[in-house]
Design a protein around this ligand. Structure first.
Ligand SMILES: CCCCCCCCCCC/C=C/C(=O)SCCNC(=O)CCNC(=O)[C@H](O)C(C)(C)COP(=O)(O)OP(=O)(O)OC[C@H]1O[C@@H](n2cnc3c(N)ncnc32)[C@H](O)[C@@H]1OP(=O)(O)O
Ligand SMILES: NC(=O)C1=CN([C@@H]2O[C@H](COP(=O)(O)OP(=O)(O)OC[C@H]3O[C@@H](n4cnc5c(N)ncnc54)[C@H](OP(=O)(O)O)[C@@H]3O)[C@@H](O)[C@H]2O)C=CC1
Length: 290
């Protein structure tokens, strides 16, 4: 069975948005069965949207949909395959007659040194993150959003932007998606379609379990906030972008990372501070030469 309706169970109201913010909207969340996608789906439903969760594993999707209630439904498919992607979009249209929001959340990579990335692995990461995202965006636009004259696409990417050693293929792939986001926003603006990227920092999802233990143990310390992001924080941003305000963000990359981007370590840098934690300051010029 490739498609299935969820059993009835309600999601509680949004903690921050007014009831009914997204009433009447239909959303598609790829990778909606787990982690950030699941949290986004929950918040969209809390705001009034109907949400279709897409992914490859039916049992994972079904379990999430059962928790989210009747506003959630599922469709299995691989966004890297044209036929699957077409079927995913067609399913949303059959069920809801519209597609207001596509959250291109399905993506990922593996952690390994840059020089150890095999050609096949590089291509796998590109095929998923760039190819899958592009395919879903183009199908959503052609089949649903352009005919309707409206729609929002949110592409989930990755912070830090200055490069992530150990995930260089993903840094490259997400940079491509952010560049596509800007270009698509221009290309589809006249069709009433907004395209935004959300560059997620380090979030506490089950997916982190696959990374090497020393990476998991230290990752929160690479964030100035000194904690991992929580999935509901990401979900609130997705819901905000799904609102009327999303159009004004079109073409933007919104970074949600607790100041991780471009952070080079704590202030003061241990190599600069003296024993009292003070940083040496430069001498003022003599008054006469100021
Ligand atoms: C000290 C702290 C420093 C800070 C660092 C911070 C790091 C923490 C990061 C926190 C941020 C989190 C970001 C996230 O994105 S979390 C979400 C993670 N979720 C996923 O990644 C899920 C999706 N990912 C995948 O499906 C796969 O990773 C992949 C993208 C590769 C797609 O899989 P596919 O099925 O197409 O590919 P295969 O498994 O068949 O593999 C194809 C080839 O890819 C190479 N490969 C794959 N896995 C590995 C691996 N683990 N190690 C090395 N090489 C790998 C390989 O060449 C495969 O071919 P072969 O099987 O023939 O060898
Ligand atoms: N957690 C974090 O700190 C960060 C996450 N991100 C990104 O956010 C997104 C969600 O991350 P997170 O929830 O943590 O991780 P997950 O690994 O839980 O999410 C990935 C989701 O995508 C689905 N998916 C993967 N490949 C495909 C495919 N080919 N076709 C359809 N669905 C697919 C998976 O389901 P299935 O396997 O059943 O297909 C899964 O539900 C990813 O793009 C991730 O890279 C970005 C920055 C940080």
């Amino acid at each position: 069975m490739r498609e299935r309706r969820a059993t009835i169970r309600a999601v509680s109201a949004s903690e921050i948005f007014a009831p009914g913010l997204l009433d009447g909207q239909a959303a598609l969340v790829t990778g909606g069965g787990t982690g950030l996608g699941r949290a986004a789906a929950r918040e969209l439903i809390a705001c009034g949207a109907q949400v279709v969760l897409a992914g490859r594993r039916e049992e994972v999707l079904a379990a999430t949909a059962a928790r989210l209630g009747e506003a959630a439904s599922i469709v299995t498919g691989d966004i890297r395959e044209q036929e699957d992607a077409e079927r995913i979009v067609a399913t949303v249209l059959e069920r809801h007659g519209r597609l207001d929001l596509l959250v291109n959340n399905a993506g990922g990579q593996y952690f390994t040194p840059a020089e150890a990335i095999a050609t096949k692995g590089w291509q796998a990461v590109m095929r998923l993150n760039v190819g899958g995202t592009t395919r879903m965006a183009e199908l959503a636009v052609e089949r649903a959003m352009r005919p309707a004259g409206r729609g929002t696409i949110v592409n989930v990417t990755l912070s830090p932007h200055h490069g992530l050693a150990g995930m260089t293929h993903s840094s490259a792939a997400r940079a491509a998606v952010e560049s596509l986001t800007r270009a698509w926003a221009q290309r589809w603006a006249a069709d009433g379609i907004a395209v935004v990227a959300v560059a997620a920092g380090h979030f506490q999802t089950d997916a982190l379990d696959k990374y090497p233990e020393p990476v998991r143990a230290s990752v929160a310390r690479t964030v100035p906030l000194q904690r991992l992001g929580q999935p509901p924080e990401h979900a609130w941003l997705i819901a905000l972008l799904a609102s009327e305000l999303g159009a004004a963000f079109s073409g933007s990359v919104v970074t949600l990372d607790g100041a991780r981007d471009n952070w080079f370590g704590p202030w003061p840098p241990p190599t600069l501070a003296d024993e009292a934690g003070e940083v040496p300051t430069e001498q003022r010029r003599p008054a006469a030469t100021r």
